[in-house]
Design a protein around this ligand. Structure first.
Ligand SMILES: [Zn+2]
Ligand SMILES: [Zn+2]
Length: 369
């Protein structure tokens, strides 16, 4: 029985190990070791992205490599993501919050704050906002309401309906109680402890506030308006200092607003850093004969589409990549000022024939050649 159990745990461990190993090794993708500093990461990324850039190397393998290198850099160049990746094998951390669909989803407590000048600091809170890729592209002003714990406005946090206090009976007003504990027969330890009836204050509220049931705090809506500039990074964070949940006698923590990309509203684009990627499907007839035109939706408020086309007889290979320069994401400026710098857009053509596979399409093309 015992050996079966051991065998099962070994199996479970192996399965787990396989799952962990299945995550991409961003360090080996960039050809660096785990202790690489920021500069080494940047240098490796620059070299590799140059090497695999579709302008220089148009093979589909190079395209995949180029995307992979971009993803590895996006994770390792971000302190928080890198730490999560090192610790949990996942840049997003040990747990995933929310999914696509709703504008904002769940909130949860962050890490515990330390003591601040003797006064306790509350937990940080995190709010995830889901935005479409077009919002990241154009920048966005957002007004929203979120439910947080607030100081009760009726009793201004005192928990009392009339300000009257009475002496705590449990500690007789001293705020502390003596506790006797028998550790062994004949050996009793006595120690002082804060009174839990009055939290050491010595007095209690005579008539509790009806709005907050005497706690001094109550959940309620808060309104915020935030702005993200054009090109704001996916999973970028804005910190609202002191806007965490508020309770009496604590310094509230911060509210972290995380801007997530709702991947169901990306119009077929994939964003890696400042570049955009997109697959475009052509029929075998279009690929071989040319003479086609496509208008793909684009995020710019004025230039709402991008034209792709080939003249008659202009052939497109399966997997061919077209670079549309300057049509990627705008570069994000920390100062929030928009300028005209953009990344590039990479279109990869996929050729399909009705009732056939991609291999078949390849054969047709080779026969025609
Ligand atoms: Zn007491
Ligand atoms: Zn109250």
């Amino acid at each position: 029985m015992k050996s079966i159990f051991v065998a099962l745990s070994v199996l479970a461990y192996l399965l787990f190990a396989v799952v962990v190993e299945a995550a991409p090794d961003y360090y080996s993708i960039l050809g660096i070791n785990k202790r690489a500093n920021e500069k080494e990461i940047k240098t490796a990324y620059r070299q590799l992205s140059k090497q695999y850039h579709p302008d220089k190397n148009s093979s589909p393998e190079a395209h995949d490599k180029f995307v992979e290198v971009g993803e590895a850099y996006e994770v390792l160049s971000n302190k928080e993501k890198r730490a999560n990746y090192d610790k949990y094998g996942d840049p997003e951390g040990p747990q995933h919050h929310g999914g696509p669909g709703d504008f904002f989803n769940n909130m949860f407590g962050g890490h515990h704050g330390g003591q601040h000048g003797g006064q306790q600091r509350g937990d940080n809170s995190q709010l995830n906002l889901n935005l479409a890729l077009s919002d990241f592209f154009q920048g966005k002003d957002m007004d929203f309401e979120v439910e947080m714990v607030n100081i009760c406005t009726d009793c201004t946090g005192s928990g009392s309906s009339d300000g009257k206090k009475i002496k705590c009976k449990n500690c007789n007003g001293g705020g502390v109680v003596m506790i006797r504990r028998q550790l062994a027969p004949g050996f009793v330890q006595t120690f002082q402890s804060q009174c839990d009836q009055c939290q050491g204050k010595g007095s209690i509220v005579a008539n509790p506030c009806k709005v907050c049931s005497g706690s001094g705090a109550k959940r309620g809506k808060r309104k915020y308006d935030v702005h993200i500039p054009a090109g704001f990074p996916r999973d970028g964070v804005q910190t609202m200092e002191g806007e965490g949940d508020a309770y009496p006698d604590i310094i509230p923590g911060d509210l972290h607003i995380v801007f997530k990309e709702d991947l169901s509203r990306s119009w077929g684009y994939r964003r890696v850093g400042n570049n955009l990627y997109r697959d475009e499907v052509l029929t075998a007839k279009e690929a071989l004969g040319g003479g086609w035109e496509r208008h793909i939706p684009y995020f710019d408020e004025i230039e709402t589409e991008i034209k792709l086309s080939r003249n008659a007889q202009q052939m497109v290979r399966d997997g061919e990549i077209e670079v549309v320069q300057g049509k990627g994401m705008p570069f994000h400026n920390a100062d929030g000022l928009d300028d005209d710098k953009h990344g590039d857009l990479f279109i990869q053509y996929k050729i399909v024939i009705p009732g056939g596979s991609k291999e078949a399409a390849g054969h047709v093309m080779r026969d025609e050649l």
